[in-house]
Write a protein that binds this ligand. Structure first.
Ligand SMILES: *Cc1c(COP(=O)(O)O)cnc(C)c1O
Length: 236
């Protein structure tokens, strides 16, 4: 039997938070420098509410249609929302302003549309740039080798604030195999921060999911996006 099936959401959330804390301390990082974003796709409002009662403060949604009713239902709860899924340009208008941070900006065109919509809404939208760290042909994201050149375009996007990078590494059997990808993302951000582009900071790294968030924190993640380890398997 799957032990996860008998533990409560609160128990599992506490385990994840504690492992994040321990991983940060183990490499001399301040535990508060890592923020947990619970991936709540396919998780009901009631289950998200349970996690909030147990101390969850940020949730990430992949699809706007699913997110809107959840955000509405939980509007009086102390929870902040992040957009972590692939974002289509025609959805941008409804995403801008609704989410504290869009983790998944994967093209200049998308960034430009977010900038345009943020300007129309008279806000500045915080975003991360998604990097296709292993150059997988099936995956979206900026190729690591192109970011340096493309970064200058962001200085013209005055209603967009780039806060850092995000990645989803290729699936691996063992979390240790993801370490190199996380390290590469951190080094990429370090190199890019030297460019000093206005409106672009490289302080945030969104990396690590249920199977590998401990390794991601050891390698410098400031956001981890964890679903299954908190809510159980999505098809369960
Ligand atoms: C679902 C999802 C996660 C969390 O995945 P788990 O393996 O369930 O922790 C993280 N990031 C993104 C973009 C996701 O879609």
């Amino acid at each position: 039997m799957d032990a996860g099936a008998v533990d409560s959401i609160a128990d599992r959330l506490r385990v994840v938070m504690e492992r994040i804390r321990q991983a940060a301390l183990s490499v001399g990082r301040e535990p508060d420098s890592v923020r947990l974003v619970a991936a709540t796709k396919a998780v009901s409002v009631e289950r998200v509410r349970e996690a909030i009662a147990a101390g969850l403060r940020a949730a990430g949604e992949n699809r706007l249609q699913e997110a809107i009713p959840k955000i509405q239902a939980l509007r009086d709860e102390p929870i902040r929302w992040h957009f972590i899924g692939h974002l289509q340009r025609r959805k941008v208008r409804d995403v801008v302003g609704r989410f504290d941070l869009i983790h998944s900006v994967d093209t200049l065109e998308l960034a430009s549309e977010i900038d345009r919509r943020a300007e129309a809404a008279a806000i500045r939208q915080d975003v991360l740039l998604e990097v296709n760290i292993a150059g997988e042909p099936t995956k979206t994201g900026f190729p690591p080798g192109q970011l340096e050149e493309q970064l200058t375009y962001f200085s013209g996007m005055t209603h967009l604030r780039v806060r850092g990078l995000m990645t989803i590494p290729p699936p691996v059997d063992n979390p240790e195999q993801a370490r190199g990808y996380f390290r590469t993302l951190r080094e990429l951000a370090g190199g890019l921060s030297g460019q000093d582009v206005p409106g672009v900071a490289m302080t945030e790294l969104s990396m690590g999911m249920s199977s590998d968030y401990v390794v991601a924190v050891e390698e410098g993640a400031t956001f981890v996006r964890v679903g299954t380890a908190i809510f159980g398997r999505r098809d369960a």
